[in-house]
Ligand binder design. Structure first.
Ligand code: G3P
Ligand code: MG
Length: 230
């Protein structure tokens, strides 16, 4: 079962920061998940569209310039990273799940990935792009069919994983609150991987392994690995 560090090792370090991503790598995570918005056509790594919860700033991210956002404290002296900085850090050391939050992230993403392939030798096979915004995923798949996508759901859909298959996704990303054996069976029957968010406790992790899911998003990669005997 793949251990995906949710917003990095965010249970112990400030979420979605370079520190949290470095620690996720140090803790042996198989993958890192992060969230992005576009500001001035640059992708920045932050979960909320507002600044209060995770930084010393206030208001919407869109009310600030990129320079002003870069000067904020995102916890423990960390800054809000750009996606480019994260790609430089990760350098194919683990696989990466970029979750598109902002609806205007597609064009900046494609530009950035082109540059990352050329300048960093970034391997697109190590990338999985996900979103709750399914039309955005469809547009991405149309623009760049080779890019692998993960379809997020925070519910248990009537047709189970059919929506993910329709999107030509590689994986379906399910909320731990709604996952059940039928969803797992349906995803597998459609040839989809199934990843579940967000689980940190031993019982939950063990139950998911029993269900046969392919991976779990966790805020504590080292603990979760230990709980699973990995
Ligand atoms: O991608 C899995 C998970 O991160 C989705 O929910 O709100 O934590 O981005 P959220
Ligand atoms: Mg996320």
């Amino acid at each position: 079962m793949q251990i995906i560090a949710h917003r990095g090792a965010s249970g112990e370090y400030p979420e979605n920061t370079l520190l949290a991503f470095e620690q996720a790598l140090a803790q042996g995570a198989d993958a890192i998940e992060l969230d992005v918005y576009a500001v001035e056509d640059e992708l920045i790594v932050i979960h909320d569209p507002r600044l209060e919860r995770t930084t010393n700033g206030q208001g919407s991210i869109y009310q600030h310039s990129l320079t002003a956002l870069a000067s904020l404290d995102a916890g423990s002296g960390q800054t809000i990273p750009t996606l480019w900085q994260v790609l430089q850090l990760i350098q194919n050391k683990c696989w990466l799940n970029i979750e598109l939050k902002g609806a205007d992230t597609l064009a900046p993403l494609l530009t950035l990935l082109d540059r990352a392939e050329i300048e960093l030798g970034f391997d697109l096979a190590t990338l999985l792009i996900s979103s709750f915004n399914h039309p955005l995923l469809a547009a991405l798949k149309t623009a760049r069919p080779a890019i692998r996508i993960g379809a997020l759901t925070a519910s248990l859909p009537l047709q189970y994983a059919a929506f993910a298959a329709e999107l030509k996704a590689e994986a379906v990303h399910c909320d731990a609150d709604f996952i059940d054996e039928y969803m797992v069976k349906d995803a597998k029957a459609r040839g989809l991987k199934i990843y579940v968010y967000t689980v940190d406790d031993k019982d939950g992790l063990t139950a998911l392994r029993q269900l046969g899911v392919d991976g779990v998003f966790t805020n504590y990669p080292a603990n979760s690995r230990r709980f699973l005997g990995l």
